[in-house]
Design a protein around this ligand. Structure first.
Ligand SMILES: C[S@@+](CC[C@H](N)C(=O)[O-])C[C@H]1O[C@@H](n2cnc3c(N)ncnc32)[C@H](O)[C@@H]1O
Length: 361
């Protein structure tokens, strides 16, 4: 049967248009990532309409590159360009409504941070192609800037809401942290959440474990900078983690699904948790059923990040390759298999990425 002989021309035309829009939008995100990294959006948000020379001067960047980047910004409808007379030089302006989603001042709304994932993933495309053909996975060392971008990402959603909105989801935890308890963070990365809690709750003791040395170095430097003495970061592969201590509060911020063996890790969490303790598991908010994710606002982005990072880093460790989109249904099954029975789920209005599981023995 000739599939292409029987196509619906209107549907085909609409699809072709959508693909072309996607080509434009995909390339735009590379330019947004660059604009975020080198502060172009931040500077432009403080300027009136300006020429490419004035923008280059204000940012200390090369005018020829700035002007070409502005070409992508103007055709991508992020920056507006105008000239009063034909002979005048073009002036560029970043509208306030756009700056509200592209600048460091925008805080948790800064989409420029997430745009960086496109280039982080592009860096390992050859490795991923090889995995499609031969199997296996891509290990953390192959990535450029993953932990750096992850650090910015977690700073936006989880960390900025941690004290005000996230901890209050866990009954009584703030009072217990004030009195002094033992806390463990699994897959702590650059340790932003843990350092914040350690500073805020000096009577409690905090331990952060992660597989990778680089983010732990960043975490330790930050703890030192804050003068914290109640926190300790340790490089550890949690695949074979055998609990030595008990903890009253265990946290995992976006760190269960890309473990090599999340099933083992969840069982270890159960064994390490004190009888009256809480486990806070923050993970991607999605369904385990892809058909339920069609309307997910960032479903395509998350499956892409999963294929090109979360799933593959797990497979690179001979792991399960659970993937970022394991979803709430699968999460509940795995928590039950780890012996947890008391599981509450929460969503936060300000965080469109994550689901907050508050779990007890
Ligand atoms: C998506 S990042 C989240 C990092 C951090 N919790 C945050 O929110 O910024 C997942 C983390 O899990 C860590 N990880 C992955 N596999 C691990 C393993 N087998 N043992 C310990 N940590 C692991 C990674 O190194 C990475 O830092």
């Amino acid at each position: 049967m000739c599939k292409l002989c029987n196509l619906n021309p209107a549907r085909a035309e609409a699809f072709a248009e959508r693909m072309i829009v996607s080509l434009n939008e995909g390339s735009l995100m590379l330019m947004v990532s660059i604009g975020h990294r080198i502060g172009l959006f931040d500077t432009m948000s403080q300027m009136e309409a300006a020429t490419s020379n004035e923008i280059a001067e204000a940012t200390g960047l090369q005018e020829r590159y700035v002007r070409e980047w502005l070409g992508a910004m103007v055709t991508g409808c992020i920056v507006e360009a105008s000239r009063e007379t034909d002979s005048e030089e073009l002036r560029y302006q970043l509208p306030a409504e756009h700056a509200a989603f592209l600048t460091r001042e925008a805080g948790a709304d800064n989409i420029g941070v997430f745009a960086q994932y496109i280039s982080v993933l592009g860096y390992v495309e050859d490795d991923i192609v090889r995995c499609f053909q031969e199997g296996g996975g891509v290990s953390y060392e192959r990535y450029n800037r993953f932990h750096e971008v992850m650090r910015e990402d977690s700073g936006l959603a989880v960390v900025s809401l941690l004290l005000s909105d996230v901890l209050p989801l866990v009954p009584g935890i703030q009072q217990r942290l004030e009195r002094g308890i033992r806390v463990m963070d699994i897959g702590c990365g650059s340790g932003r959440a843990l350092n914040l809690m350690a500073q805020h709750y000096p009577e409690s003791i905090f331990v952060g474990y992660d597989l990778c040395a680089d983010p732990l170095e960043t975490a330790r430097r930050e703890a030192q900078r804050r003068g914290l003495t109640n926190i300790h970061f340790e490089q550890r592969d949690l695949t074979h983690y055998a609990p030595e201590d008990t903890f009253d509060f265990i946290t995992a911020f976006d760190a269960i699904h890309d473990q090599a063996r999340p099933d083992h890790v969840l069982r270890s969490v159960y064994q390490s948790l004190s009888n009256d303790g809480h486990f806070l598991m923050v993970d991607i908010n999605a369904s385990s059923d892809v058909t339920q994710n069609v309307d997910h606002p960032v479903g395509t982005l998350l499956y892409t990040i999963s294929t090109m990072h979360c799933m593959t880093v797990s497979l690179a460790q001979d792991g399960m390759g659970l993937g970022a989109m394991w979803g709430r249904e699968k999460a509940r099954v795995m928590l039950n298999e780890a012996s947890f029975t008391r599981i509450e789920e929460h969503l936060l209005e300000q965080d469109f990425q994550n689901r907050y599981f508050v779990i007890q023995k």
